[in-house]
Design a protein around this ligand. Structure first.
Ligand SMILES: Cc1ncc(COP(=O)(O)O)c(C=O)c1O
Length: 474
């Protein structure tokens, strides 16, 4: 991989092309066009600035190609599996074909199931209802690490489970897992592909081999990995994979679970209702097998279709350019944060390869400031959007010594170095001159006092009054 090096001190958006030596001025401009890249954010002190979206890890903007595709298919939007009409048939064919596209994207085996869900959380909950059991008793435990997002932690707490604390190296974590698997009775290893908190990538293939060595299966929570790395579940020998469209540049509300059909066909139907049955009686039912078993009710055809379209765009990216683009922004940001007094960058593992072992996520704290206050300041005074809080990973934040939360900048194919530069400039100014406005806590969130900025006329609110971030409360 080629990585650009740009010194934060010397960087200005105007000279980016001269400073960056490869991959088409690697991240001075977006790698792919996204919808909303030019929206203007109002500043608390007056005026507007281009919104610097550094919150891709929460929900990524739609790829422009995906938005265009949505507009193209929208006129044909109709019921799926339920109508003989022209539009229904088109919608059904688009929906069913989306499964094949997603299967190809993840290198699925021909007999793998591809089930559309609401999101990654839904996918993992679905799988939790499909763990093997004999005479109603679970065959084994689900094993998970303490670094997981709640989506890959809480569903397993409702079934037989064991957790282990990750070591401070990736190599050590594999050893810890080996020791635990060696105790026996693990049916499923549930692990993230990349941490949503720090962006560190876990060695999926090695983890799969380890799980299989001890007779367990593996599910990879790829909510963060899939938008940043190609995954091949056949060559990596991964049994189940879950990810979300809204993090993969298709924010139209669909997720997916791909994987081995036997457990899924024998499992509890995820949504009991129309479409999930072969035959229903007043006091009994014969459940369908295949994706239908778990997709009760009318499916989200546009969500599935746009998710599939997004995977095609991501699959068509030149991988070296893609990784170089995100690595350049990341190293620029990490280097820049290192030059700002009182800023600490957080990571889990000491042996993570900074260049190849991370995705477009950087987590940090600013000494002396509540993370929520810094986020409110960056938004109100600099038009920079990022995430603060505990990232739905409470056990990890506690262990990292930041139990009250930190800040997360995340980016992807639509990002530019300028976005990172705007963040760094805002933090430098905070250090130099402090806050430029008064902030108060309202409904648990820091917001600018006396905020007179307005939303677009169709959005019924005023800035600063949006609800508390999920997983923020202590
Ligand atoms: C690693 C990881 N897993 C799971 C999830 C849950 O994704 P969703 O909210 O789409 O269900 C997230 C969301 O941030 C995540 O980052």
């Amino acid at each position: 991989m080629t990585t650009a090096t740009v010194s934060p001190a010397s960087f200005s958006p105007n000279n980016a092309a001269a400073l960056i030596h490869d991959a088409a001025a690697v991240s001075g401009r977006p790698l792919s066009a996204v919808t909303g890249a030019e929206i203007q954010a109002p500043l608390i002190q007056g005026g507007h600035v281009r919104y610097a979206n550094l919150d891709y890890g929460a929900s990524a903007p739609a790829l422009s190609v995906v938005s265009a595709y949505l507009n193209e298919i929208l006129p044909f939007y109709a019921s799926v599996h339920r109508g003989a009409g022209f539009a229904s048939q088109i919608s059904t064919s688009v929906y069913e074909n989306a499964r094949n596209i997603v299967r190809d994207f993840v290198g699925g085996r021909p007999d793998d199931s591809v089930i559309f869900t609401r999101n990654t959380t839904d996918s993992l909950n679905l799988l939790a209802g499909c763990l093997p059991a004999t005479d109603g008793r679970p065959d084994g435990d689900v094993l998970y690490l303490d670094i997981e997002h709640h989506a890959n932690l809480l569903p397993w707490q409702g079934v037989r489970h064991r957790s282990v604390v990750a070591a401070d190296t990736i190599v050590g974590t594999l050893e810890v897992l080996r020791a635990e698997l060696g105790q026996g009775n693990v049916s499923l290893l549930a692990v993230t592909g990349a941490s949503n908190v720090t962006g560190e990538i876990l060695p999926v293939k090695a983890l799969a081999a380890l799980a299989h060595e001890y007779g367990a299966r593996i599910v990879v929570d790829a909510a963060q990995l899939a938008p940043h790395r190609r995954i091949n579940i056949s060559t990596d020998d991964v049994d189940y994979l879950a990810f979300s469209g809204h993090k993969l540049y298709a924010p139209f509300g669909s997720g997916v679970l791909v994987g081995r059909t036997d457990w899924l066909d024998a499992g509890t139907p995820h949504l009991a209702g129309g479409g999930a049955v072969r035959e229903a009686k007043l006091d009994g039912v014969s459940w369908a097998t295949g994706p239908a078993r778990h997709e009760g009710g009318s499916p989200n055809v546009l969500g599935a279709a746009t998710l599939a379209r997004a995977t095609q765009v991501i699959a068509s990216l030149d991988q070296d350019r893609w990784h170089a683009h995100e690595a350049a922004i990341r190293s620029f940001l990490v280097d820049g944060l290192g030059t700002i007094d009182g800023v600490t960058v957080h990571q889990i593992f000491s042996d993570t390869d900074a260049e190849t072992g991370t995705i477009g996520v950087v987590n940090f704290s600013v000494a002396g400031y509540d993370a929520g206050l810094v986020a409110a300041y960056l938004s109100a005074e600099h038009g920079v959007g990022l995430r603060d809080g505990r990232f739905c990973a409470h056990p990890l934040l506690k262990r990292l010594g930041i139990p009250s939360g930190s800040l997360r900048a995340s980016f992807g194919v639509g990002s530019r170095l300028e976005d990172a530069q705007r963040l760094l400039a805002g933090l430098e100014q905070l250090r130099r001159t402090g806050l430029g406005w008064d902030y108060v806590v309202d409904a648990g969130r820091w917001v600018p006092a006396n905020d007179t900025r307005t939303y677009p006329h169709w959005a019924p609110n005023t800035p600063g009054t949006a609800g508390a971030a999920p997983c923020l409360d202590n």
